[in-house]
Design a protein around this ligand. Structure first.
Ligand code: C2O
Ligand code: CU
Ligand code: CU
Length: 489
């Protein structure tokens, strides 16, 4: 099965997993990617998508609505010099173009599918109506389109949009269907954080390449995809010229199954200012930062502490040799993924305010239900409470405008599961009976549940509708480690 994409009809991973479990099919031996020279290419910034003229749509609109159109199609990306890589690209760009939205202002995105197979588009982090959320069977057929209505009621945050096709999410995201969606608001504007060209999104993805430059992908590998090359914004180990001043980085783990733990090679700490749901109550200074698949954090790095000419590496020091999950952080086995080249001085009127955004913990006294979700492995695939995803089954039904406690219990000894809940953000209540660290006290939509861990989160349901939650190891998701909940009136 170690063949380039496009050569075969890919079996659904769900079916492949069952076949592999039944037959004991061995995994392909992955190729080593063609050699590349690291730090030879600059860090690109995904282009910001330009709005289009208003079009007729069933989405709610008003005079302030921004309209966008995105065509998903296959293009050749130049990632390894001389070896074009076929990618699935939102609007022909890999990673996809960045949408910049504003709180309180509607966005309508018309997604056109010019690929050969069904796609589904999900705005990860978005608090969107159910029919715009990208339920895994809300297919956009090849040649078709679908309008997504995004009210942007949430606070400023770093979201991302990506494919969510039932059984094929891992393949489609791996092939390139992922992009940033940023929401800005007045609170953020008032804080004077580094902005404009000093506000930089970074998506981290690992990939393995076939000798012809195409992405290697093994549909029978249900443990989780690991690449042997590290890409930032679609480029293998880029360099980034920076001025001697503060920068804001929006860090997204856009990898299928790889976990990261980052250090700066100089030992300088990161100042974390945000989680997935937006700004923290106050900045948190951290010597290193971890990112599980789909997780986002925002940090500020001040390069004015270095003389010009300094090279600072962003290093991943988390050893991971299998999709099962990461090993330990090992500072003698780091891989530099991005190099900052410190240049000249620059004016820096920006600040890191001591107070960012007020945070109010959810009232425990109002929690009306506690639900436990056991993350397990049965009959050759991962399950939640013993069940695989079924698009036609509703697993449970919380009531709108109520609070609940969801407790994730990972009963395995080895597997790591980054769990993600759609639509409403959560607050972490306890990790293994202890309160979360300060960098996790905020609104989140993705949380790591490592082997043997139990994590409880508090939910508040703000809208009626049917949504999913799932493991964001995309190979686990595609063997249907996903549940459906329907928020009822
Ligand atoms: Cu980022 Cu349900 O996904
Ligand atoms: Cu999501
Ligand atoms: Cu998992």
């Amino acid at each position: 099965v170690a063949v380039g994409l496009g050569a075969v009809a890919w079996p659904s991973r769900h079916v492949a997993a069952q076949a592999a479990a039944a037959l004991g099919v061995p995994l392909a031996v992955p190729p080593a990617s063609p050699a590349v020279t690291p730090f030879a290419a600059p860090l690109p910034r995904p282009p910001v998508l330009t709005p289009v003229a208003p079009f007729s749509t069933t989405c709610p609109t008003d005079a302030s609505t921004q309209y966008y159109e995105i065509r998903s199609r296959q293009v050749a990306a130049s990632i390894i010099p001389g070896l074009p890589t076929p990618v699935f690209a939102y609007d022909g760009v890999y990673p996809g173009p960045t949408i910049v939205a504003r709180t309180g202002r509607n966005v309508v995105v018309r997604h056109r599918n010019e690929l050969a197979d069904n796609i589904v588009v999900h705005l990860h982090g978005g608090h969107n109506p159910p029919d715009s959320d990208g339920f895994p069977t809300d297919y956009i057929p090849s040649g078709g389109f679908r309008d997504f209505c995004y009210p942007n009621t949430e606070a400023a945050a770093t979201h991302w949009y990506h494919d969510h096709t039932m059984d094929f999410t891992a393949l489609n995201v791996l092939q390139g269907l992922a992009g940033f969606y940023l929401i800005r608001d007045d609170v953020e504007d008032s804080l004077n954080l580094p902005g404009g060209e000093f506000d930089v999104p970074l998506v981290f993805q690992d990939r393995r390449f076939n000798p012809d430059g195409s992405f290697f992908f093994d549909p029978l590998d249900i443990a989780g995809y690991l690449g042997d090359r590290f890409l930032v914004n679609g480029v293998i180990q880029p360099f980034f010229p920076v001025a001697r001043r503060k920068y804001r980085f929006r860090m997204l783990n856009g990898s299928n199954a790889r976990f990261y733990h980052f250090f700066l090679s100089t030992g300088q700490p990161f100042v974390q200012i945000a989680t997935e749901g937006g700004l923290l109550a106050a900045p948190v200074t951290r010597p290193s930062v971890g990112l599980v698949p789909a997780e986002r954090i925002e940090v500020v790095i001040d390069f004015s502490v270095y003389p010009s000419g300094t090279q600072v590496f962003l290093e991943n020091c988390l050893v991971q040799t299998s999709g099962i999950g990461p090993g330990p952080v090992n500072r003698s086995q780091c891989t530099p993924v991005l190099r900052f080249d410190v240049g000249g001085a620059a004016a820096d009127p920006s600040a890191i305010p001591r107070v960012l955004r007020p945070f109010t913990p959810y009232p425990l006294s109002e929690v009306v239900a506690t639900r436990t979700f056991v993350l397990d492995f049965a009959a050759g695939r991962w399950t939640i409470n013993g069940l695989p995803f079924d698009a036609s089954r509703v697993d449970f039904s919380p009531r709108v405008n109520t609070y609940e406690r969801w407790r994730f219990a990972n009963t395995s000894f080895t597997w790591a599961h980054p769990m993600h809940i759609h639509h409403d953000d959560f607050q972490i209540e306890r990790r293994n009976a202890r309160p979360p660290g300060p960098h996790e006290v905020g609104f989140k939509d993705t949380v790591s549940i490592m082997a043997g861990e139990a994590v409880s989160v508090l939910m508040r349901f703000s809208k009626v509708g049917r949504y999913v939650f799932h493991c964001h190891n995309l190979e686990h998701e595609d063997v249907r480690m996903m549940s459906v909940f329907e928020i009822t009136p």
